[in-house]
Design a protein around this ligand. Sequence first.
Ligand code: ADP
Ligand code: ASP
Ligand code: MG
Length: 455
Amino acid sequence: MADVSQLNVAKFGGTSVANYQAMCNCAKIVINNPATRVVVVSASAGVTNYLVELSQTPLNKDQIATVVENIRQIQYSILNDLGKPAEVAYKLEALLHILEQLAYHEEILHRTDLKDELLSLGERMSSLLFAEVVSQMGTPAEKFDVRKVLRTDSEFSKGAPQIAEIKTLSQQLLLPELSRAIQVVQGFIGADEQGNTTTLGRGGSDFTAALLAEALDAQTCEIWTDVIGVYTTDPRITDKARPLPELSFEEAAEMATFGAKVLHPATMEPALRQDIKVFVGSSKEPEKGGTWIVRNCDHEPHYRAITRRKDQVMVTLKTPKMLHAQGFLQTVFTIIAKHKLSVDLVTTSEISVSFTLDNPPNSAVQKLNSKVLEELRALCEVVVEENFDLVTVVGNKMHSGAGVSSKIFDAVSAYNLRMICFGANPHNLSFLVSDKDSTDVVKVLHQKLFEEQAA
Ligand code: ADP
Ligand code: ASP
Ligand code: MG
C-alpha cells in the first residue's frame, strides 16, 4: 500500500504524450516520485486540433475519413509500440468507434453537447495508453474516468468547475483508489450533473491538474511540458528568454491570464486557494529542473516577464447618446456578460468605449459571433478591428515605483500602441499593438528589461 499522506498531482501536456517514447519519459518521472499518485494527461499532440476540425469545419465524407485516419495513426503507433495488448486494443477501438460515429453525425457542427463529447476522446484515448505504459514498466496504474469527479456546470466548451462537488466526489471516489494504483485521468474534460461530457476550454488540462490537487489536498502539482519552466517570455519569440527558478502565485496568475500558454489561465486559482506549490518543467529533460510557483518569493522584481496574447479584437462602440447618458456602459457590459465574453482592456471617452476580446482561431467556440454584434449594433455604432496582439509586462509594485512604466514606454517608443492599461492590481501593464509589430515589441522590451540588466 502506497503512502498517500504526501500527494503530488502530475500533469503531462500534448507533446509529452505525443508518442510512445515521450510517454516513456513521462512514466519514468511518475515512477521516480512516490508522491505522484494522480496523473493528468492531455490528448496526444495534434489530436485535439483534429477533433476541433471535425466539430467545426464542414467536411465531406472523404475529408472526415482522412482526419479520423490521422488520429487513428497517432494512437495506433503508440499501441503498436506497446505490443498491442488485447484489452487495450479493444478499448481503443471502442473509443475510435465512438469518435467515428460523432465525426459523421449530421448534427456535429450544430450541437455543442456532441462537440464536447467528440473533443473529450483525445484525452480518453491518451489516458488509456499512458496507464498501460506505466503498468508495463512494472508500477500498477489504471485509467480513471475523471468525469466521475470533475463536475462542471452545463456550459459546453467552457464548463465551469463546481469546486465543492469536485472535492466531495474526489474524496469519495478517487482518493480510495490511490493506495492501490496510480490513477491516470483525463485533463480538459468533465461532466455536468446529468452526466453530459463537458470541456474546460483549450489548454484546460493544467486547470484539471490544479483542481484535482485542490480537491485531494495535494501538497504539489507538477506541470510537465516541452520547456524547462516558465520563462521571462515565450522562448519561441526570442532565444534570449531565460527560465525563471521561482515565481509568485500572483505573477504566475497574471502571466497565465495574459497569454503565457505554458499555463492555462485558470490554473493558479485552485493553487492560490489551497496554497499548493506548482512546478513547471520539461518531461524530456527533467534533470534540468524548472520553475517553482509559490506564495511568496524572496525576490520581487518590478519586471518579471513579458507575455503576448495573439488574436485580439478591438471593439469600439460609439454613440452620441453616451454623452452624459447613464447606464450605457452597464447595458454594454450586460450584453458582454450574457455571452460570457471576457474583456481585458477597456478605455472610455465621452462618446465611445473601446474594449479588447480574445478570438483565437482554435478555440472551440467563436466568441465574437454575429449574435453579440447584432445586439451591440442595436444599441450604437460598432467598429470591430482585428489583427492586434496584447503585450503585457508582469512584475511587482508596478504602480508605485518611479520610472517603472517610463522604462517600458521608452523601450517601445517606435511603435504605435493602440490601448494602454495598468492592471487593477500592481502586477501588470498591458498594451495593444499591431500583430505585425508584436514580436519586435516583445524582443525590444525583453532586451531593455532583462538583457541589459543581466549584462
Ligand atoms: P502542453 O501541451 O505541455 O500543455 P503548451 O504548448 O500548452 O504545452 O505550453 C508550452 C508552450 O508554452 C511552450 O512551448 C512555449 O512556447 C509556450 N510559452 C508561452 N509563454 C511561455 C513562457 N513565458 N514560458 C514558457 N513557455 C511559454
Ligand atoms: N487537449 C486539450 C487541448 O489541446 C487540452 C490540453 O491540452 O490541455 O486544448
Ligand atoms: Mg497547454
